[in-house]
Write a protein that binds this ligand. Structure first.
Ligand SMILES: [Zn+2]
Length: 374
């Protein structure tokens, strides 16, 4: 991450570069901004600028030894600490899942905590920064730096540290080893203990401007500028959220297209074409299949209420809306329960690695019967 890769905030970038140029780097800084404002990208660019061997007034060079290590998040003097979902005997500290974290940050530096938990264990259980992690940090920062320059700790979401970890960290922030820099990147300072807060210098990370976000999205997600502006606006300048919206829109059209195709086939009881369709859907990823089944469930329920939407971000095409209004009467109080059960059961088995070909064909047969009764 270079400063030039960060969306907007040129005022803050100038300020941070200035602290390096005049050698006034405060040893403990709290980068505070709400989700999707870019705290992590800013901390990474700052750390890189500090360590770069050939920095200019503008940015780090991007090609020296330190820059190259930073671009892979593998600099031996830069340590990362973040909340982890504890797994007995397997995951205690950040280092245990550092590879996954690196992968996520390199893929999308504007990730959210949900993205991280999804990456770690595939669920949304909140992680913690525990006592073992704090001990690990103290140990690492007490060693001499490899390159003789700064040792930098970048801690993401310090608000998720437990009390005993906070106290351990507090001690080392108060009496830091020489040339040690703490960059704490927080989304909610209300939850950080006041003794830590009062010992750090506050750096506010305001979200980028809407047009700056739009330009970034247009460039990175192959959108027209108008589409990108729409996402920037809908997300209320939360870049993580804007990226989620873009990805969900892509999966919503997958879902609605497949739903319409499947229901048409089931209604016609066209067995050979259903088998072809099952072949297709079986090739999709398991997560996509699960999300599709959930979507079907939602569509059946919408039919009963008589109110269809294509999901929050998708506007239905005329053809899609036409199909759904004709289809709705076939879902009624007699078949909604067996239909929902068939879909829920399929979801359950997909999650447990059932063979999707057998499963989707089986559910298709159940839907044949239920639509016939209508
Ligand atoms: Zn460099």
């Amino acid at each position: 991450m270079l400063f030039k890769d960060i969306i907007g905030r040129s005022d803050l970038k100038e300020h941070l570069k200035h602290t390096v140029q005049i050698k006034r780097i405060s040893h403990a800084q709290m980068f505070l901004g709400k989700e999707g404002s870019g705290g992590i990208p800013m901390a990474l660019a700052y750390a890189r600028y500090i360590l770069c061997e050939n920095r200019t007034a503008e940015d780090a060079c991007g090609s020296c030894r330190n820059c190259i290590r930073m671009s892979k998040l593998e600099h031996p003097d830069v340590h990362f600490s973040f909340p982890v979902q504890l797994v007995a005997k397997k995951v205690d500290v950040s280092d245990d899942v550092l590879d996954k974290w690196r992968e996520l940050v390199l893929e999308n530096p504007y990730f959210s905590s949900d993205d991280w938990y999804d990456k770690q264990l595939g669920n949304n259980k909140q992680g913690t920064i525990g006592t073992k992690e704090a001990e690990n940090i103290v140990k690492k920062l007490s060693l001499k730096s490899f390159e003789g320059d700064y040792k930098i700790l970048i801690m993401w979401l310090p608000e998720l540290m437990n009390i005993s970890a906070s106290n351990k960290l507090l001690k080392i922030i108060e009496e830091p080893p020489a040339k040690t820099l703490f960059l704490l990147v927080s989304e909610n300072s209300d939850r950080i203990i006041s003794t830590i807060l009062s010992r750090t210098q506050l750096v506010k990370i305001l979200p980028p401007k809407e047009d700056e976000i739009a330009a970034y999205l247009a460039k990175n997600f192959e959108l027209t500028l108008d589409e990108a502006k729409n996402y920037a606006h809908l997300s209320e300048r939360n870049v993580s959220e804007a990226i989620h919206l873009i990805k969900n829109t892509a999966s919503s059209s997958f879902n609605i297209d497949n739903f319409i195709q499947w229901m048409r086939l089931c209604y016609k009881r066209d067995v050979p074409a259903t088998i072809d369709w099952v072949e297709q859907i079986s090739k999709a990823g398991r997560e996509d299949q699960k999300s599709f089944l959930k979507y079907c469930l939602q569509m059946f329920r919408s039919a009963i209420v008589g109110h269809y939407t294509g999901g929050e971000t998708v506007t239905l095409t005329k053809e899609q809306a036409g199909f759904l209004s004709k289809f709705a009467p076939f879902i009624n109080h007699n078949n909604i329960i067996p239909l929902s059960e068939a879909i829920e059961e399929a979801h359950y088995h997909i999650e447990r690695n059932a063979n999707p070909k057998i499963l989707f064909l089986d559910v298709s047969m159940k839907i044949f019967l239920q639509l016939k009764k209508a």
